[in-house]
Every structure is written in structure tokens, then in C-alpha cells.
Write a protein that binds this ligand. Structure first.
Ligand SMILES: [Zn+2]
Length: 484
């Protein structure tokens, strides 16, 4: 389904607010540019000042943090002395966690249930989205206006960097700045919620969202017709499109390509850039913080260290030295006050670079292992192969079920085994029927009505040693044949 972005909000009360918000973004972008040009010490000083302010604010306004920190001295506290928090405990005490008493979990959930609200402000001033993330634990995230202005400013500064400024300006001039986002458009996910928000009130009149659920040939035809200058999607989807471009079926000439939401390997990075002859910017972000780092030409990610604190740690939350992959990483988001994220166990493995990055960017360089699912190549009845993006498959299941812990394993060219996390027999039966119905409908839409689904007796198996759950596994990478 191709979605023309709804413009109805633009004509309402947003006119004034939009120009104020754009001023916020511009002034923040200017601040970021200024701080970074002043050097490492200025970036560290900005982060330190913001950390102190956030800790003081959370202590004053969040009952959750007040309780968690009650044994600590009352004066200024160092970030490293604070206890680690997890999504599970924050979600359990959602109403105590948020710092604005008008925000309640029940109200947010009611808002999220109605998909007509996608990208609309909650209570007129917050953006909300949901995510199960790589741990399978559902989360609801609320961002305030200051945080959104900061994420937009970080992206603006990145687009204006010397590596990109030329192609960005060229794209705006030469092709009218048409932007295409290919994402899960059907629900309140971070990418589509922020895209819809940005498209509603910005100088990007020609922006359109395309659904990642569409069959690839349909998506290719739509993009050929639209001819975007900016192309944005998940790495696995961009890799599929890059192959279509190399084969000559896709014929577009974007000047900038943006990727995010999944792990991007250096080989895929190069393959996408070569296929489109365009610069690829990979953004490492999370539902808890939209913009953690951006990639440079070397494939390293540079942390937005003036707005984000990242601490790579081992399984006992002790610091992991540079050069070694961490067990997990603790995230502190200095931009968002409504739902403070302070020393939050993000679950990603991160390797901090032991040496300065060859590109010359002084911001700390890391490599990150985010979501890492496989593209499935399935065989149709007549023997041709259809490739499916893992994000589309996981979206189908997340929309169909309440329990977000599952795993799909391709066991033959036309077979998928489904592992479900639900243990209760009744709940399991209900989930299986819902998954079957939704997956069959999606597969039929992709000319894969012949694909056989079976429920695996086994529960989802996390990867060793990271403990992360990969939700979509291609046959070749699965060691054991699931039960019929
Ligand atoms: Zn670099």
C-alpha cells in the first residue's frame, strides 16, 4: 500500500507552532555546530552540564528515579554512581517514570490503539511510539518537543557536513527534493511516526512514505515513478533495492540514502553506495533515543557525544575497554526530559574504537551490533524466488499478536517454522492461529501462498553469547531442524 502523507494537520493550528519549532531546530543545529567546532573539551563540557541538569531534573520530577536513588547522597551525583535501569522496570512503573503528571500509561495506550493518530502529537505536545526492540519486551516511548528538535538538528548538522552538503543541495535543486521513506507504515513505530511528523510541517513538500510490506516489484515500480532524491529505509530493504538497481529493474538516482533501524555491515554499506552512486548515511538510533550516532565514510559510527552518553559494559555492568566488543551498552539520552533515560541497559553490543577515526571526526567512534535479522528467500509455486525483508515479517507478527517474543526460521525453500514465546497452552493456541492468519495473508500478497507454516515445539532461541533474540533466521544459518 502506498500512502500519500496526510496533510490535514498542516492547515490547522500548526502554522505558528511549526515556525517556532523550526526556529528551535535551527538554533539547536547552530549550537551543535558551534560546540563541535570548539573541539573535544567543549563537547565534553556540554555533555557534563546536560548530564548534571538531567539528573537534577529526574530527581525532582520522576518518582521512579527518586526511589531508585534514595540511598545516594543528596548533593550532585556522578553518572557512574547511578544504578543501571532496564526497560522492564521502567515500563512497570511507567506513571512514576514520566516527569509530567498529565501523561499516564493508560492514556498513551489508548492513543496508540488508534492508528489514525500515527505521527500526531499526543496531548498536543508529545510524540509517542512503541517498540519491542531486540529483547522482545514491549516498550512505549514518549518524546518531548525539545528532544524532537534535537534529533532533527543532529540530522540537519549531519546533512550539512562537508561530506554530504554537496549532494544534499544538489538533490534539493536538481530533483525538487523528493524524499521517499520505505518503512513499516501501518502502526506507531519510531521511523514512521517521526517521518510523518517531519513531513507535516517542513520545507519537504515532496515526501512520501512507502510500505515495506508491499511486494518488491510493486515497490520498484512506485519508486521508478516517484524518482526520489532522498531514499530512506532499513539496511535489509536498501540491500534488496540495491540489487534491483544493479539488475536494471529499479532506475532511480538518489543523491542521499539514509539507513537505520538495523545492523548495517561494511559490505552492505559499500554495495548500497555503489548501486545508487550516492552517499549513504547510516544512523544508529533506538526507540529510547532516535539519534545516537552517524556513520562516516570509513563505516565507523560517531557518537553524538554532546547529546548522548554511551557506556560499553560487560555482563556485570563494568566498563569494557576500547577495542573489545561489549556485552551491552548503557544509554543516557540528554535530549529528552519527559521520560528520562539514564544509564539504561540498551542490549546492543558496541566496540569503542581504540584509535582516532581516519576520517578526522573527533567525536568518539564505535562499531555497533544492532538488530541483525536475515532476509528470507522463498520459492513460489512456479519456482521463482521472492525475497522478504525481516522488518516486514516481524511487523506482520507484532501487529497480529500481543506477545512479542517469537522467532521465524526458514527450514526449506517453501517452509517457515514459527517459534512462539507464550507458554500457557490456551494463549499459545490463540497466538498461533493469529500468526498463521496474518502471515498467510502477507505471504499470499507476495505470490507466496504456497509457503507452508508450522508451529515449532521449541521456544525462541537467543543467540549465544549476546543473549539477543534474532527474530528472522534464514535456513543456512540455523544449526538445528525445528520440530514439525
Ligand atoms: Zn570517522
Amino acid at each position: 500500500m502506498e500512502t500519500t502523507l496526510q496533510k490535514r494537520d498542516q492547515a490547522t493550528s500548526d502554522g505558528v507552532r511549526t515556525s517556532v519549532e523550526w526556529w528551535n531546530v535551527l538554533s539547536r543545529a547552530w549550537g551543535i555546530w558551534w560546540t563541535r567546532n570548539a573541539g573535544d573539551a567543549a563537547v565534553a563540557a556540554a555533555a557534563s552540564r546536560r548530564t548534571t541538569e538531567l539528573i537534577e531534573f529526574a530527581r525532582a520530577k520522576s518518582a521512579f528515579y527518586r526511589d531508585a536513588w534514595k540511598a545516594l547522597p543528596s548533593g550532585s551525583i556522578s553518572l557512574r554512581d547511578l544504578p543501571v535501569v532496564t526497560k522492564r522496570e521502567l515500563m512497570r512503573r511507567f506513571d512514576d517514570w514520566v516527569t509530567d503528571r498529565s501523561v499516564h500509561r493508560r492514556g498513551v495506550e489508548r492513543f496508540l490503539e488508534d492508528r489514525r493518530h500515527i505521527g500526531e502529537p499526543f496531548l498536543g505536545r508529545f510524540v509517542v511510539w512503541k517498540s519491542s526492540g531486540s529483547t522482545g519486551e514491549p516498550g512505549i516511548f514518549v518524546q518531548d518537543r525539545a528532544a524532537l528538535a534535537t534529533y532533527d538538528a543532529l540530522l540537519a548538522v549531519q546533512l550539512q557536513s562537508s561530506r554530504l552538503a554537496g549532494s544534499y543541495a544538489w538533490g534539493l535543486l536538481a530533483q525538487g527534493g523528493r524524499a521517499a521513506l520505505i518503512a513499516a507504515t501501518g502502526d506507531h513505530f519510531a521511523s514512521i511516526a517521526s517521518w510523518q511528523r517531519v513531513c507535516r510541517g517542513t520545507p519537504w513538500p515532496n515526501a512520501r512514505a512507502f510500505s515495506v510490506m508491499d511486494p518488491l516489484p510493486k515497490l520498484v515500480a512506485a519508486l521508478n515513478e516517484y524518482q526520489p532524491t532522498f531514499l530512506a529505509s532499513y539496511p535489509t530493504t536498501l540491500a534488496l533495492l540495491a540489487a534491483e538497481q544493479r539488475e536494471g529493474r529499479l532506475r532511480i538516482a538518489p543523491s542521499c540514502v539514509w539507513s537505520g533501524g538495523e545492523y548495517l555491515s561494511p559490505t552492505t554499506h559499500i554495495a548500497i553506495e555503489q548501486a545508487f552512486d550516492a552517499t549513504l548515511v547510516n544512523e544508529y538510533g533506538a526507540s529510547e533515543c532516535m539519534s545516537i550516532a552517524f556513520s562516516c565514510a570509513t563505516g565507523n559510527l560517531h557518537v553524538n557525544a554532546d547529546w548522548v552518553v554511551l557506556e560499553p559494559v560487560d555482563r556485570n555492568y563494568r566498563p569494557t575497554p576500547p577495542g573489545e566488543p561489549s556485552h551491552t551498552v548503557l544509554l543516557t539520552n540528554l535530549a529528552n526530559c519527559i521520560q528520562p533515560v539514564i544509564r539504561y541497559d540498551l542490549g546492543d553490543s558496541v566496540t569503542a574504537s581504540a584509535t582516532p577515526c581516519a576520517c578526522g571526526n573527533p567525536l568518539p567512534a564505535i562499531r555497533a551490533e544492532g538488530r541483525r535479522d536475515d532476509v528470507l528467500a522463498l520459492q513460489t509455486k512456479d519456482g521463482s524466488i521472492v525475497q522478504l525483508s525481516p522488518l516486514a515479517l516481524t511487523t506482520v507478527i507484532e501487529e497480529a499478536t500481543a506477545n512479542h517474543r517469537f522467532q521465524l526460521v526458514q527450514t526449506a525453500p517453501d517452509r517457515i517454522a514459527v517459534r512462539l514465546g507464550a507458554e500457557d497452552a490456551g494463549e499459545r493456541g490463540g497466538e498461533w492461529r493469529a500468526v498463521q492468519r496474518a502471515l498467510h495473508a502477507y505471504l499470499a500478497h507476495q505470490s507466496l501462498g504456497n509457503v507452508h507454516l508450522n508451529l515449532d515445539a521449541q521456544a525462541p532461541v537467543p543467540d549465544a553469547p549476546s543473549g539477543k533474540l534474532r527474530e528472522v533466521l534464514a535456513a543456512a544459518r540455523n544449526g538445528r531442524a525445528p520440530d514439525e
